[in-house]
Design a binder for this molecule. Structure first.
Ligand code: DON
Length: 325
C-alpha cells in the first residue's frame, strides 16, 4: 500500500472518529495526578520516516509519558554499556506478570528480565553513565528530547505526585540492590526513574519519538542522530516482548507491530522503516493499557496494512482480543 500523506491522514481521521465512542477503562488511580486528568482527551498521530505528520483530535495535549520513557532510557543505557552487557545484566524476556511485580523478581533470582518493567527500568537507569543524580537525570531527559526533537520538560506536579507515592518502586529498587542487579545508589535510580516517567509529551511528540526508532535512530524531523541503527532491533524486539505488558502477546497476535504503553494513557507502535503511530486517551484496562488509544493505534496499523507478520494478500485478523476485561 502506498503510504502517502492523504492515505495516512484518512486512516488517522477514521481511527479518531471510530474510537471516540469506545468506552470502558478508568484513569490510573495509584498516582494521584493521573486520576485527575480529563478522561475524554483523545489524540491520534502518525509521523513517517520522512518526518511528515498526520494528526487528529487532542494530538497537541500534553500528558505524562510514564512507562513509555522506559524505551528511551533503554536506548541510553544500552548505548552507554553496550548491548551485550545490557542484555547480560537486565535480560530481554517477558515476565508474564504485571509491570510492577515483586513476584517476578522472586521467581528469577532478583534479575529484572526486561528493561520495560519497573524493575528493569530502574536497573537501566542505574546503568546510565553518570557521576551524580543530576547528570543521570540530565542525560536521560536529553535522550527523550532528542527522540522527540522538542524541549520535553519535567512536570513538577506529576513528579511530586509520583515521588510522594512511589513506595512500591522504592521497595523494588532495594530488592534489586540486594540481588546485585542495581548499579547505582538504589534510591537515586528510583528518583531518576520517577522523574523520567513524569515528563510531559504530546501525541505528536510520541509519534516523532517512535518515528526516530522507525528511521533507524535518526530523528526524521531534526535529522539528529540519536541512537545507533544497530541498537534499534533490540528496542523493537523488547517492545514486542514486553511493551504492552501482559497484553504484549495479544498485541503481536492482532496488530503485529512492536508497541509500548504508559499509564498516562499513551500508546505507541512502530512500523520499522516506515512510520510510527501514537494515540493518547487516559482510561486504562486492568493491564494498564489505554483502551481507546490501543483501539486507535490498532485500527491505523490495520488500515495501512502494517503488520510485520502478515503475508501479502491475506485478510485482516479481528482486533477484538486486545482489551482485557
Ligand atoms: O512506575 C510506575 O508505576 C509509573 N511511573 C509508570 C508505570 C506505567 O506507565 C506502566 N504502564 N502501563
Amino acid at each position: 500500500m502506498a503510504l502517502d500523506a492523504q492515505t495516512i491522514q484518512a486512516a488517522v481521521d477514521a481511527a479518531h472518529r471510530d474510537c471516540t465512542t469506545r468506552t470502558g477503562g478508568a484513569n490510573a488511580s495509584y498516582i494521584p495526578y493521573l486520576a485527575s486528568v480529563d478522561p475524554s482527551l483523545f489524540g491520534v498521530a502518525v509521523v513517517t520516516v520522512d518526518g511528515a505528520a498526520c494528526t487528529a483530535g487532542d494530538s497537541d495535549a500534553e500528558f505524562a509519558i510514564e512507562s513509555i520513557s522506559k524505551v528511551f532510557t533503554m536506548a541510553r543505557a544500552m548505548a552507554d554499556v553496550g548491548p551485550v552487557e545490557f542484555h547480560r545484566k537486565i535480560g530481554a524476556d517477558p515476565t508474564g506478570l504485571p509491570f510492577n511485580s515483586v513476584s517476578a523478581l522472586e521467581l528469577h533470582n532478583d534479575k529484572p528480565l526486561s528493561p520495560l518493567v519497573n524493575a528493569g527500568a530502574m536497573s537501566s537507569v542505574s546503568l546510565v553513565t553518570a557521576v551524580d543524580t543530576e547528570q543521570r537525570w540530565s542525560r536521560i531527559l536529553q535522550t527523550q528530547r532528542a527522540f522527540a526533537g522538542r524541549e520535553i520538560r519535567l512536570s513538577v506536579e506529576v513528579n511530586a505526585s509520583e515521588q510522594a507515592t512511589n513506595f512500591h518502586n522504592r521497595a523494588i529498587a532495594w530488592l534489586l540492590y540486594g540481588g546485585g542487579a542495581m548499579y547505582s545508589d538504589p534510591m537515586e535510580a528510583c528518583d531518576v526513574y520517577t522523574r523520567q516517567c513524569s515528563t510531559l509529551i504530546t501525541t505528536e511528540d510520541l509519534a516523532t519519538m517512535g518515528a526516530t526508532i522507525a528511521a533507524g535512530g535518526t530523528n526524521p524531523v531534526t535529522h539528529e542522530h540519536v541512537v545507533d541503527a544497530e541498537l534499534v532491533p533490540h528496542l523493537l524486539a523488547e517492545m514486542t516482548m514486553e511493551g504492552m505488558y501482559t497484553s504484549s502477546g495479544d498485541w503481536a497476535y492482532t496488530v503485529g507491530l512492536p508497541g509500548k504503553s504508559g499509564v498516562g494513557g499513551g500508546v505507541l507502535s512502530v512500523a520499522p522503516g516506515k512510520l510510527a503511530i501514537a494515540a493518547f486517551s487516559p482510561p486504562l484496562d486492568p493491564v494498564g493499557n489505554s483502551v481507546r488509544a490501543m483501539a486507535a493505534v490498532a485500527q491505523v496499523a490495520q488500515a495501512l496494512d502494517l503488520s510485520l507478520y502478515k503475508v501479502p494478500g491475506a485478510g485482516d485478523p479481528p482486533l477484538d482480543p486486545l482489551v482485557k476485561g
